[in-house]
Design a protein around this ligand. Structure first.
Ligand SMILES: C[S@@+](CC[C@H](N)C(=O)[O-])C[C@H]1O[C@@H](n2cnc3c(N)ncnc32)[C@H](O)[C@@H]1O
Length: 284
């Protein structure tokens, strides 16, 4: 963990600390960055002391242990939930813990799969659907940046677009998103993907990762007009992965059917269902 990074905690670390306290243990190894690294903390009757000199009281740990929807940041020895109200979209964005990589909640909707899978495994399935990831990649919806970070491991360049400054603020505080801001291969654009994609040249991407929020939050990103733009900016021989949702659920099943039809109408030669990745892959 870098010294400049704030301490971020969730119920996972809080549970461990409460258990240690119950057992009368006075020092324990916990993660200050949601599972990426560990430090040894000292437990006293009043506080938990971190090696960097910061401390947190037991009342705050109780509070964190009860929250399944928020991760917390430690600032000046006090905790606050990682949550912002985005004036731009009028939506609340927050960092949501899991036992693995965290997800993001926007207006109450979870931005990754978390049931029987964690957001990182979810990401790897999305990426596997259009692997090998080569050349220039377009990532239409940055979110926490997991798809962009993973794609950047093998791509030449990743161009990623985010509409919501609130979502970007959450990503900046997420330990698991740090490569998004440090990778020289990742190029950020703030704006509406629907408009931004219109500015790209024909055939300028070898792969497109289209991972929009649910249909009810971002209908335009499932429209025929948008799919035509994605077709235009994709290279011949290129591949598009489009997250849609559980193909077996009534809501997403209907959206999948419509999306398949519109992708074909947009010009894609072949559109294949990828149930394991909760989406479809379209080939140009
Ligand atoms: C499902 S998340 C993306 C998850 C991301 N691929 C990851 O790996 O973490 C969807 C993101 O799209 C953003 N978004 C919503 N509408 C958008 C738009 N019109 N243009 C670009 N981004 C948009 C949301 O703010 C949210 O951060």
């Amino acid at each position: 963990m870098q010294l400049t990074q704030p301490i971020i905690l969730s119920y996972v670390q809080a549970e461990l600390l409460l258990k240690a306290k119950q057992q009368g243990i006075t020092s324990v190894q916990i993660s200050p960055d949601l599972g990426l690294s560990t430090v040894i903390v000292t437990l006293t009757s009043e506080v938990i002391a971190f090696p960097n000199g910061e401390h947190i009281d037991w009342h705050s740990i109780e509070k964190i242990s009860k929250s399944e929807v928020n991760c917390f940041i430690l600032e000046d020895n006090a905790v606050r939930p990682i949550q912002v109200f985005s004036e731009y979209t009028n939506r609340v964005c927050s960092l949501m813990p899991t036992r693995g990589a965290p997800s993001m909640l926007i207006a109450g909707f979870v931005m990754h799969r978390i049931k029987d899978i964690d957001p990182m495994q979810d990401t790897l399935r999305k990426i596997a659907a259009i692997s090998p990831i080569v050349g220039r990649v377009l990532d239409t919806a940055t979110g926490l940046g997991y798809t962009a970070i993973e794609a950047a491991k093998t791509a030449d360049e990743v161009v990623t677009i985010e509409l919501d400054p609130g979502a970007q603020e959450i990503a900046r505080l997420n330990p698991w998103s740090q490569a998004l801001f440090h990778s020289p291969k990742i190029h950020h654009i703030m704006g509406d993907a629907y408009e931004v994609v219109q500015t790209f040249e024909d055939g300028s991407f070898a792969r497109i990762i289209h991972d929009p929020p649910t249909f009810s939050l971002a209908g335009d990103l499932y429209s025929g007009a948008f799919y035509r733009q994605l077709f235009r900016v994709l290279k011949r021989g290129g591949r598009l992965y489009h997250y849609i949702g559980d193909p077996n659920s009534r809501a997403s099943g209907g959206v999948t059917e419509g999306a398949l039809k519109r992708l074909q109408e947009a010009g894609f030669a072949r559109v294949v269902l990828k149930p394991e990745a909760y989406g479809v892959v379209a080939y140009k």
